[in-house]
Each structure stands twice: as structure tokens, then as C-alpha cells.
Design a protein around this ligand. Structure first.
Ligand SMILES: [Zn+2]
Ligand SMILES: [Zn+2]
Length: 318
């Protein structure tokens, strides 16, 4: 039995959505070729400076490793954030990621340094104030802010993140279930630029299955522990339920996730062209960053205010 692609080497990987058995080399080049298609489509090969958001997880390894083969390495600036979660530190993995890919110009930031509080501090304060908000709400919002700040600081023309196909389809289903049309339109293949203060965020791995990023990292000798964030374990989110549901769908009907993404991308393009010019976003009265329409204070500042971590009068702005 030989690889369905090269017909020479012994197969190591079965790819359900193409029904092919692939050897290690052919599997790795298949993933790289599919990332290359996205890179060209997104224009990343013509982008001068790209901030690569890395966490040290397998997806961020695959992101940096595939990009460095397609894009001039001088253009890539890895960026990592320490959220400040007790018992959850991925610094060793980030170091390994850097040494394996050979992209050493990494820049680092932390919640503590940029916002003044670790994520643990934020959650303690939120619990004291009886806020019923998950850690992911705090974490997601501030991560986005720090990534955007860093991108502007280094003069990056684009930010790339390691979201894979599973992540993307989960987000689509979650937005559908919540009826969040505005977010659904914003999500799509090409990002909508709603403010010139937002550096465009692109996702070159959005057509790569999660099992494929795991396999790619393993076959490349990347040693990672997929330690679940402690906040995820204590409070299972809607995302975890949707993930389970999609996993079942994919295993009975391989290729479903890719189909959902394609259909959705088509829909999103149509919705965008019929929705006309979207209005520019207002700026937050506290931090001056863009916020959603009809809001005076951005979500991040609101979270800090409600948890008692931000005194509006003192304007001690992070
Ligand atoms: Zn092969
Ligand atoms: Zn704000």
C-alpha cells in the first residue's frame, strides 16, 4: 500500500474529507499548499509587515511554520501575550516555536503590563462585583486590543491569527444561534475594515481542520501539550457544546465543515454587497479606541468599570 499522492512512500495519515491516504511528506505539503492558496487570496504575499499572533499552541506553530515558507521572513513579526492565568503558562512552548521556525524577532506583552491587571485579577474583581461574565469575555476582548495595539506599534499592515477551520465554523454556528447578524456579516473571508484604527486581521489556516494542525505539528516534531485553559474547564461554554456537535457531524459526514464555511463565505459576500457602505465606528469616551455603533464606552472599558477596576473619574487609563 502506498501514498495516494506520490504513490511511492508509505501512507501515515488518512484524510477523511478527500478520502486519501497520505505519507508524511505529502500530508505536510498538502497543508502548506492549501495555506498558500489562502495567503495569495488574502494578499499576504504582497504585505510588507505582518504581526503573527502566537500562543505557543499547535495552531500558532503551524501558522508560523507555513508562513515562513511562503513569505519573506523579514516581514513576519511573532507576537505573544501573557494573560496571567495561574497554572497556565505556555512560555516554554513559545520558545520552542521560535527555535523550530527560526523567527527570532518575537515581541511580547502581558495583560498586567498593558492593562494593569492579570486575567486572574480581572476575574477575582468580576466575581466580587457579582458579574456573571465568563473569563473568555474578558480574555478575548483584551487580547484583541493588545494585538491591535502591537500591530500599530510595529507598523504592521496585517495581523494573522491561527484560527483553524473548526474554530471558524464554531464561531459561525454560535453567531447564528445568538442571532448576531452584525457579527455574521463582519465574519467572512476578507475582513471588513470598520475603523482605520483597526489593523486588518486575517486567518490563513481557516480551511485547515483542527486534526490537521495537530497532525502537522506532531509530524514536524513540535512538542506541545494541549493543556486546556483552567477557566475553560471550570465553565464549559456554548463553544464547547457546539464543538462537540460539529465533531459528530464531521465524523458521520466528512467535509461538512469545509462545506459550511464555503456556503457561509458566499452568503457573507452577498450580504455585504447588499448592505452598502457600513458606517465608521464611534470612539470610546474612555480609551479612545473604536467601539460598536450606538456605544459610548467600549466593551473592554465597560468590563473594567463594572468589575470596579477602573475609576472613571481618575481616568487612570491603561
Ligand atoms: Zn506521498
Ligand atoms: Zn474603551
Amino acid at each position: 500500500m502506498s501514498c495516494d499522492s506520490c504513490r511511492i512512500r508509505e501512507p501515515r495519515v488518512f484524510q477523511p474529507h478527500t478520502r486519501r491516504k497520505l505519507c508524511k511528506e505529502c500530508f505536510l505539503s498538502d497543508v502548506r499548499a492549501r495555506v498558500a492558496v489562502e495567503v495569495t487570496k488574502l494578499g499576504l504575499d504582497r504585505t510588507k509587515k505582518i504581526l503573527v499572533a502566537v500562543s505557543g499552541g499547535k495552531d500558532s506553530f503551524v501558522l508560523l511554520d507555513t508562513l515562513r515558507r511562503l513569505i519573506d521572513r523579514e516581514s513576519l513579526v511573532p507576537f505573544t501575550i501573557e494573560e496571567g492565568i495561574r497554572g497556565y503558562n505556555r512560555e516554554d512552548q513559545t520558545e520552542q516555536l521560535i527555535s523550530l521556525t527560526g523567527i527570532y524577532n518575537i515581541i511580547k506583552s502581558s495583560f498586567k503590563q498593558s492593562v494593569g491587571y492579570t486575567l486572574d485579577d480581572m476575574m477575582t474583581a468580576a466575581n466580587h462585583s457579582n458579574m456573571n461574565v465568563s473569563a473568555c469575555t474578558f480574555c478575548g476582548g483584551f487580547r484583541r486590543k493588545l494585538i491591535n495595539d502591537a500591530a500599530r506599534r510595529v507598523g504592521a499592515d496585517a495581523v494573522v491569527t491561527g484560527h483553524n477551520l473548526d474554530d471558524e465554523v464554531q464561531t459561525i454556528v454560535i453567531n447564528l444561534l445568538r442571532g448576531d447578524v452584525e457579527r455574521l456579516i463582519r465574519f467572512g473571508n476578507s475582513p471588513l475594515r470598520l475603523s482605520d484604527r483597526f489593523v486588518p486581521r486575517l486567518k490563513p489556516l481557516r480551511r485547515i481542520y483542527e486534526w490537521e494542525t495537530t497532525m502537522y505539528a506532531e509530524l514536524s516534531g513540535y512538542k506541545f501539550q494541549d493543556v486546556e485553559c483552567p477557566y475553560m474547564v471550570t465553565k464549559p461554554t456554548l463553544r464547547a457544546k457546539v464543538r462537540e456537535l460539529l465533531y459528530q457531524l464531521e465524523s458521520t459526514s466528512p467535509g461538512s465543515l469545509l462545506k459550511i464555511l464555503d456556503v457561509f463565505d458566499g452568503l457573507s459576500e452577498k450580504m455585504r454587497s447588499s448592505s452598502g457602505q457600513l458606517p465608521s465606528l464611534p470612539l470610546c469616551r474612555i480609551c479612545g479606541e473604536p467601539t460598536s455603533l450606538n456605544r459610548e464606552i467600549c466593551k473592554n472599558c465597560e468590563l473594567l468599570l463594572k468589575s470596579g477596576l477602573l475609576d472613571m473619574l481618575s481616568k487612570s487609563i491603561y
